[in-house]
Write a protein that binds this ligand. Sequence first.
Ligand SMILES: Nc1ncnc2c1ncn2[C@@H]1O[C@H](COP(=O)(O)OP(=O)(O)OP(=O)(O)O)[C@@H](O)[C@H]1O
Ligand SMILES: [Mg+2]
Length: 256
Amino acid sequence: MITAGIDLGSLSTKVLILEDDNILSTSILTTGEEGALVAKKAMDDAIKKANISFEELKNIVSTGYGRRLVPFAKQSKSEMLCHAKGSHWLFPKARTVIDVGAESSKVIRINENGVVEDFAGNDKCAAGTGVFLDTMAKALEVPLEEIGQLSLEYKEKVQISSMCAVFAESEVVSHVHKGIPRNDILAGIHESIADRIFGMVNRIGMQNDVVMTGGVAKNIGMVRALEEKLGTKIYIPEYPQMIGALGAALIARNSK
Ligand SMILES: Nc1ncnc2c1ncn2[C@@H]1O[C@H](COP(=O)(O)OP(=O)(O)OP(=O)(O)O)[C@@H](O)[C@H]1O
Ligand SMILES: [Mg+2]
């Protein structure tokens, strides 16, 4: 059976097409302002790559912040359920799932069947999420893809004391003006985000194995900073940004 999951995130829209246990294709586009339009474009792209027709999709489930904007989805499910489902499918031993996206981060505890048992989330505040990193990369004039690695090559970690993203940004700019090396500033930025996420993990209690999903899991500096705080290894899927869409495609398959 062929199914699709679509994750309309605040920054990126992801589609994944699944046939039984094989991923046929994936597609990722920037969400922009027109959610319904980008959903269709991403779906068309994924269908083309999978070399199938839209009619061959037996079920489509949407998730993500804009999940209700997807006109062709037959059901919509919360991100929490989809990230839990996708993580459990890839890592059956996963008990703690950390999803860090552009504008939200969440920590989910799942049991041995992948069922959600507890949850802690952070919306509305940029300090523990991807947009904060995107803003900092711009402020420091470093490509986003490189900030993680650079953050690991520090000499003296800078303390970022502001709890709010807006103030933290001006704090970073003032460090730059003082001539503090970028690596040291980046190390401090990554640590401050790791602190936020650590707080959420502690709210629900960490259980191994820990899996990280969402685009920020592509940032090696963030993964290492979190591993250090948590004192445990974090498992990263090959395509961490696609896990919400994967979970949605799995739910689509199971609910058909
Ligand atoms: N190659 C990369 N290297 C480092 N970070 C990356 C990379 N690609 C994406 N990111 C980070 O991932 C974030 C986007 O993640 P994701 O696509 O999971 O968000 P989203 O699902 O749209 O947002 P949300 O779940 O909050 O609605 C970006 O803000 C960026 O910080
Ligand atoms: Mg997301």
